[in-house]
Design a protein around this ligand. Structure first.
Ligand code: FES
Length: 240
């Protein structure tokens, strides 16, 4: 097997190491592919499907799909953008995402993805309006699964980085949610210093650090300044 291969994303030639995923190769080339369940430092899970692309005509999740030699990948087409919009709309409808009163507003990846994809209102599907108890039992952390998008980032961070298994999925279908390894969060080993609790791990406002709500003023929040994905697309612009 060759050490490196080349393939094409929206007509741009990209190089990948053998076995490297389409998303990782795209990131290195400064081509941003939208994503929600994947984030730096965690194993890809391939569950949200927002990173969907077409590879040689087949729809695949770019965060788990290894790049193939000479493959033709389509990402920023109308068809793919519409898939992503529908996926993100469904997430808004499934939970209670009340951006104006959420501590994560302005740094929330779901909100930022909605803006990036041009979703100005999410009225396509009925709102499920779940009623899930908020767990504020821990002295430093609040868990509000009404805002959860089931990305599993907290689960993987707690299991693979913190070595604690504080979080896990419970239930099935529309009853699936993130639960904790105890009667409530105070009953677990969760700590404010955990990777799972880091403000960049939860992409929405489901895991909140007490005392840090609204820590950045409007205008200075992460996505006030730049759209989501700008750190990656900036790499391409900076490449001579
Ligand atoms: Fe690839 Fe979620 S980022 S499936």
């Amino acid at each position: 097997m060759e050490d490196t291969i080349r393939f094409f994303i929206d007509g741009v030639q990209v190089t990948a190491a053998a076995g490297q995923t389409v998303m990782k190769a795209a990131d290195a080339a400064g081509i941003y592919i939208p994503r929600l369940c994947d984030t730096e430092g965690l194993k890809p899970q391939g569950s949200c499907r927002v990173c969907v692309v077409k590879m040689n005509g087949r729809t695949v999740a770019s965060c788990t799909q290894p790049a193939l030699a000479d493959a033709v990948v389509e990402s920023e087409t109308d068809e793919i953008r519409n898939y992503r919009r529908d996926l993100v709309r469904m997430l808004f409808h499934e939970g209670n995402h009340l951006c104006p009163i959420c501590e994560a507003s302005g740094r929330c990846e779901l909100q930022a993805m909605g803006y990036r994809l041009g979703i100005t209102q999410a009225t396509k599907y009925p709102y499920l309006q779940p009623v899930r108890p908020v767990d504020a039992s821990h002295p430093d952390i609040v868990l509000d699964t009404n805002r959860c998008i089931l990305c599993g980032r907290c689960i993987r961070a707690s299991r693979d980085v913190d070595g604690k298994n504080v979080f896990e999925y419970v239930g099935r279908g529309i009853h699936k949610k993130v639960g904790v390894n105890g009667a409530n969060l105070a009953d677990t080993d969760a700590s404010i210093d955990d990777k799972a609790i880091n403000i960049n791990t939860c992409p929405v406002g489901c895991i909140i650090q007490k005392g840090r709500g609204f820590f950045a003023p409007i205008g200075k929040r992460e996505f006030d300044q730049h759209p989501i994905g700008h750190q990656i697309s900036r790499r391409r612009k900076e490449t001579p």
